[in-house]
Write a protein that binds this ligand. Structure first.
Ligand SMILES: C[S@@+](CC[C@H](N)C(=O)[O-])C[C@H]1O[C@@H](n2cnc3c(N)ncnc32)[C@H](O)[C@@H]1O
Length: 200
C-alpha cells in the first residue's frame, strides 16, 4: 500500500535536515544492531536506507548493496557520500516505495529494514522484505514502538506503524530467530522492536 502523504513528509523532512545539517547527518553512525553482526560480505538490501549510514558501512566492508528509499533528497545525499568514499560501484540506489516495491526473490544474503514506517499491513511488508532473503540468509528488522512500556507515554513514533516483534515473528514461520525482543533505545527514549532472523 502506498501513502503519498508519507512520501511527501519524508522528502520535506530530508530536504530540510540536509539543507541545514548535512554535516551532522554525515556523522551519524550506522546502527549498532547492524555493526554488532559478524557476517561474511555478499549481497545486501538496505530497505529505507535514508542518509545511507548502514549502506556505506556495508559497502566499506565489501558488500554489494541495493539501497532503497522514496526520498530523492536522502538518496542524493547518500549516493554523493558513497561516491566521495570511492564506493559508488558497490551500491545500486533505487528510488522506490517500500509499500509496494518487491525485492528480487531469494537474492540477498542480508536484508536490513530499520525504522521504516509501514502504510499497510506489517505482516505483508515483513513477508515481502523476507522474500528477498536467499536460503540461509539473514533478515534484520527494527521498529521504534509508539508507546514507552516503562512509562506508558507516547514516544516520538506515536501514531506511526513500524515493525513489532509479534508481527515479525508471526510473519516468518519456519525461520530461526537469533533476536526477537524489545530493547530500550540507545538515544531518545522509548523502545525498539529488534528482530534478527535466518531463513532456513
Ligand atoms: C527513520 S528513517 C530511517 C533511516 C535508516 N534506515 C536508519 O535507520 O537510519 C526512515 C526512512 O525510511 C524511508 N521510508 C519510509 N517509508 C518508506 C517507504 N514506504 N518507501 C521507501 N522509503 C520509506 C524514509 O524516507 C526514511 O529515509
Amino acid at each position: 500500500m502506498t501513502d503519498p502523504g508519507a512520501a511527501a513528509f519524508w522528502e520535506e523532512r530530508w530536504s530540510g535536515v540536509l539543507r541545514e545539517h548535512a554535516d551532522v547527518v554525515a556523522q551519524r553512525p550506522p546502527s549498532a544492531y547492524l555493526t554488532s553482526m559478524d557476517l561474511l560480505p555478499g549481497k545486501a538490501l538496505d530497505a529505507g536506507c535514508g542518509h545511507g549510514a548502514e549502506t556505506l558501512w556495508l559497502a566499506e566492508r565489501g558488500w554489494h548493496v541495493t539501497a532503497v528509499d522514496f526520498s530523492a533528497a536522502a538518496l542524493t545525499h547518500a549516493s554523493a557520500a558513497a561516491e566521495a568514499a570511492g564506493l559508488a560501484d558497490r551500491v545500486d540506489w533505487v528510488e522506490g516505495d517500500l509499500g509496494v516495491w518487491a525485492p528480487e526473490q531469494n537474492h540477498y544474503d542480508l536484508v536490513v529494514c530499520l525504522y521504516v514506517h509501514v502504510a499497510g499491513s506489517v505482516t505483508e511488508m515483513v513477508r515481502r522484505m523476507a522474500s528477498g532473503v536467499a536460503p540461509g540468509g539473514t533478515l534484520l528488522l527494527a521498529g521504534h514502538q509508539p508507546v514507552d512500556p516503562a512509562t506508558g507515554a507516547a514516544t516520538a513514533a506515536a501514531g506511526q506503524v513500524q515493525v513489532s516483534v509479534d508481527d515479525a515473528v508471526g510473519a516468518l514461520g519456519g525461520w530461526t530467530f537469533l533476536v526477537a525482543e524489545e530493547r530500550p533505545r540507545v538515544a531518545g527514549g522509548g523502545v525498539d522492536a529488534v528482530v534478527l532472523a535466518q531463513r532456513p
